[in-house]
Design a protein around this ligand. Structure first.
Ligand SMILES: *[C@@H]1O[C@H](CO)[C@@H](O)[C@H](O)[C@H]1NC(C)=O
Ligand SMILES: *[C@@H]1O[C@H](CO)[C@@H](O)[C@H](O)[C@H]1NC(C)=O
Ligand SMILES: *[C@@H]1O[C@H](CO)[C@@H](O)[C@H](O)[C@H]1NC(C)=O
Ligand SMILES: *[C@@H]1O[C@H](CO)[C@@H](O)[C@H](O)[C@H]1NC(C)=O
Ligand SMILES: *[C@@H]1O[C@H](CO)[C@@H](O)[C@H](O)[C@H]1NC(C)=O
Length: 870
């Protein structure tokens, strides 16, 4: 999602240069997959499809095309506004960013970012955060929430938007996404899982008339086992909408990639909702419709100056149906999918209308800000949607805090500790907490990254606010250079606040165009130097890091006085009190790293570096395959600074008495998929041209995108449609619905994939002297007889305990599914268990490098005190 503040000159009209694809590296192909599978064949959606199809069968051509696109950028209150079909009772749909709260409004909560939520490893909190977010979107009258984000997956440590998602592992990312979706959709809001797919860097992501967007060249197995995994889980949880990325896969833009949308998403994953483009990611009309795109946002063409108000769809979609280029069958399916999601969430029952305006903070303003002469009206009603959501926001921010190091038990602090606080990150931006549009600056406490995934703060409880509220004994030096007047005393504890930021490509902050090109993985604002200088003068130093992702800590990590290091990630509005609760020991820290921390950037494979400028289409080939983050470190035998999943507490835990029980007997390939159910049927005849005519005396708004055509244009198109002229359909085009691939069968894929193969339990005991929560992480190690190259260990499940008092225990239940033990067989095009009766190692412990309990699937027994597999 992007916001273009300047309407004109974003691009210039020119030839169809981008239609020409550059060659991708040998072996990567974007195969055709047609036709777009009809939605409605799974039982869980049949009632919604029944309602939707009853309506669609009564809608005119212009009404249907009106629902499939936005009315133009800045042509309504929300960041995306579809057309309406008021005659049949369907209002314009309001689509709005973003994953951590309602963007560009007021009286909202600025929740902790996705990466912070991921660091809690707490399924219940992930769900409740989703519910609270959903309630706020509903309260503002938003139909479609543009989140959660599970792509980027975090392949590139410098990638700009990794922080919007939940961590650099498909399973952690999947739980973050699906629990958010379940929470959000429980409130009646349609969630949007994004960005499909392999959208791993910000730079060069978009198509323009000079340059095609970056091509992520991904092999089939890597796609299935890494990048698609969280999408499969999100579809399985019933997500209503999917957003397509700007980038290409294997050379073909995601927004018109038929293999991706028709094949993988709709047929294999059985997605029943609708696919929308990212903002201006659509680059063709007919081709994108045939390839499976259902909704164009914000409606405009990307290659014509936005000031003109032109569209690939709307009136052109209407024309394409009349002239026979897009079968009306495709439009019926797209419209039915959109309305089915609307009915599935119950939006036909008293759903609120938008009461805010993403374009202005004024009460009264233009209704269509991008129109030259727009009528004015009340646009902001300042509805307070915060309820008690600060509570869950604070809980997540607190339980995400990840204690990496705590020598001599420096933490927790005593309430009377003499504190010296350093770093501008400890206090709010003096220019104002929302002084930078879309948080496009790094000044003051870093609570979120920048871009469309940001929200305005209603307030920001900074660390200094937190210290004040506790009447702590502190002195604050609001500087990023070591001050000469801090009077170090041996009794002082120094706390240094440092940051690393990133965001979306349309804003460049301190030389970083979204991705961390110029900062690299280093701390910003002299952070390394500040820590070293403080450590030289103080014997007890705590480092608090607010960061979007991995950073390098080698310059100071091992200094003897740097005794404690905490990652507070991106805490949102509740930065201060959440941190104080941990620093002063009201609670023990219980966050765990959602990514690996390296010692050097050279620890990573070259292929996960940012791709720079390339003539023609930038090519980004995923040669590392499955080996990203910890999977790479383990394979290459590189000891990281801190391993994926690491996180300390003020207490200690033991993992013991594990059990494993076989539940579903395994076979090499899953049982045959269920057949598709019935889908709605409609007439396939081209509708009469009169369904497209402008109504008489229609009051047109300048630059607004409408689905009507002038009578002569509609008639001319219909004449083509009734002739025998053949549209040059893409290679491999077909009109015949397919039964679907063997790996499909329900939302998310063949339902047998998600059957529990083994139930695992583990007893977690608090063996220390303070209360705390522990996370049990379950990793799978493939049997040694397996000849398929597979990462040494892969996370497959996790559970967090409730607060355990000293000495207390809790038994946690985990599970391993058939899919968890399978690999994607590119020849069979199915999930296959390489050694059915092989002994899989099911490792359970507190971090990826701290696994001492092993259960074996062949022996159905578990043993403690084992040597950690990595
Ligand atoms: C990309 O190319 C690889 C190698 O030919 C192929 O296996 C894979 O399915 C392709 N992916 C997509 C999305 O087209
Ligand atoms: C919709 O239903 C009404 C009432 O049954 C009917 O008069 C009208 O022709 C229908 N319109 C379409 C486009 O099917
Ligand atoms: C399309 O939506 C717009 C905006 O709500 C509305 O003005 C127009 O009448 C709609 N067109 C049809 C065919 O209903
Ligand atoms: C039908 O209209 C669409 C949209 O303007 C156009 O791209 C396509 O080429 C037309 N098809 C024919 C056969 O004229
Ligand atoms: C440091 O703490 C000790 C013991 O609590 C106290 O006696 C001493 O006065 C303190 N020194 C300073 C400089 O505050």
């Amino acid at each position: 999602m992007v916001a273009l503040l300047v309407l004109c000159c974003a691009s210039v009209v020119a030839g169809a240069a981008i239609q020409q694809r550059d060659p991708v590296p040998a072996g990567y192909v974007a195969a055709p997959y047609y036709p777009a599978p009809h939605g409605g064949w799974t039982a869980d959606w049949s009632e919604s499809y029944r309602k939707a199809s009853a309506l669609v069968s009564n809608m005119t051509l212009a009404e249907k095309t009106n629902l499939t696109a936005g009315t133009g950028i800045f042509m309504g209150r929300c960041v995306g506004n579809s057309g309406s079909a008021l005659r049949v009772g369907i209002p314009q749909l309001c689509l709005q960013d973003g994953p951590l709260g309602v963007r560009n409004t007021d009286h909202n909560t600025a929740f902790p970012a996705g990466i912070t939520a991921g660091a809690t490893w707490d399924k219940d909190q992930l769900y409740r955060r989703g519910v609270a977010i959903g309630e706020e979107f509903r309260g503002k009258g938003i139909n479609v929430h543009l989140g959660p984000s599970v792509g980027p997956l975090g392949r590139k440590p410098r990638g700009g938007r990794n922080w919007e998602g939940f961590g650099s592992d498909p399973v952690l990312q999947a739980f973050g996404g699906l629990l958010s979706i379940e929470g959000i959709q429980s409130t009646g809001v349609i969630a949007t899982l994004k960005h499909l797919i392999a959208n791993e860097q910000e730079q060069y992501r978009m198509y323009n008339i000079i340059k095609p967007g970056i091509s992520s060249n991904v092999d089939d197995r890597t796609l299935h086992e890494l990048y698609l995994w969280p999408f499969a889980e999100g579809v399985r949880s019933g997500v209503g909408s999917i957003m397509i990325g700007y980038n290409a896969v294997n050379g073909s833009a995601c927004s018109q990639n038929s293999y991706l949308m028709n094949g993988i998403l709709k047929d294999e994953l059985g997605f029943q909702g609708f696919v929308m483009s990212d903002w201006l990611a659509q680059i063709s009309g007919v081709a994108s419709a045939l390839a499976g795109l259902d909704m164009s946002m914000p409606g405009d063409r990307h290659d014509v100056p936005l000031v003109f108000g032109t569209s690939y769809w709307m009136y052109e979609y209407t024309r394409s149906v009349l002239n026979g280029s897009i079968p009306v069958d495709r439009l019926n399916d797209a419209t039915t999918r959109i309305l089915a999601a609307y009915f599935k969430m119950g939006q036909d029952q008293d759903y609120p209308r938008p009461n805010f305006d993403a374009n202005t903070q004024d009460a009264v303003g233009p209704l269509y800000p991008a129109a030259l002469f727009s009528p004015e009206g009340v646009v902001n009603e300042f509805v307070d949607v915060q309820a008690d959501h600060a509570v869950i926001a604070r809980e997540v921010a607190r339980d995400a805090i990840t204690l990496l190091k705590n020598e001599d038990d420096l933490l927790p602090l005593t309430s009377s500790a003499s504190l010296k606080i350093f770093g501008t990150d400890a206090e709010k931006n003096p220019d104002g907490i929302n002084s930078c549009a879309d948080q496009g600056c790094n000044k003051g406490t870093l609570g979120m990254g920048w871009g469309s995934g940001s929200a305005r703060y209603p307030y920001l409880n900074s660390p200094i606010d937190g210290l004040k509220d506790r009447s702590a004994n502190y002195q604050f030096f609001n500087t990023d250079s070591f001050p000469s007047n801090s009077n170090p005393s041996p009794n002082d504890t120094a706390i240094v606040f440092v940051t690393a930021d990133s965001g979306e490509n349309y804003i460049t902050v301190e030389g970083n165009p979204g991705d961390r090109t110029s900062s690299g993985l280093n701390l910003w604002h002299n952070g390394d130097r500040l820590i070293r200088d403080v450590a030289a003068k103080y014997a007890n130093v705590v480092v608090v890091v607010h960061t979007v992702g991995p950073i390098l800590m080698e310059e100071w990590h091992d200094l003897p006085s740097v005794k404690a290091v905490l990652f507070a990630h991106l805490p949102g509005q509740e930065a201060g009190d959440s941190l104080m609760q941990v620093l002063f020991g009201d609670v023990s820290p219980s966050g765990h790293l959602p990514y690996t921390l390296p010692k050097s950037e050279d620890d990573y494979p070259d292929s996960v570096g940012l791709r720079g400028y390339q003539i023609g289409q930038p090519q980004d080939t995923f040669t590392e395959g499955l080996y990203i983050d910890y999977k790479h470190f383990n394979k290459a035998n590189i000891t990281p600074r801190y391993a994926f999943g690491h996180g300390l507490s003020y207490t200690t835990f033991s993992f013991s008495d594990a059990t494993i029980v076989a539940v579903t007997p395994l076979t090499a390939t899953p049982p045959t998929r269920p057949a598709k159910g019935e889908t709605p049927t409609y007439s396939t005849a081209i509708p009469p041209a009169s369904e497209a005519y402008w109504p008489e005396n229609f009051d047109r708004i300048w630059r607004y995108l409408y689905s009507f055509l002038e009578k002569d244009e509609a008639d001319a198109a219909a004449e083509i449609g009734s002739s025998t002229a053949e549209y040059p359909y893409p290679e491999g085009y077909s009109n015949v619905q397919k039964p679907g691939p063997p790996a499909g069968g329900a939302q998310g894929g063949n339902p047998a994939l998600f059957e529990t193969a083994f139930d695992v339990t583990v007893t977690v005991t608090n063996t220390g002297s303070r209360a705390g929560k522990a996370v049990a992480q379950l990793y799978v190690q493939f049997p040694s007889e397996s000849t398929v190259d597979t990462p040494i260990i892969q996370l497959r499940d996790f559970e967090k305990t409730s607060t355990l008092e000293a000495g207390a225990s809790q038994t946690l239940k985990l599970r391993v599914t058939r899919k968890d033990l399978s690999i994607w067989d590119v020849v069979a095009q199915n999930w296959v268990i390489p050694v059915v009766d092989g002994d899989y190692g099911i490792w359970v412990g507190g971090a990826s490098d701290n696994l001492h309990l092993r259960c074996g699937t062949a022996t159905s027994s578990c043993a403690g005190d084992q040597t950690s597999p990595v």
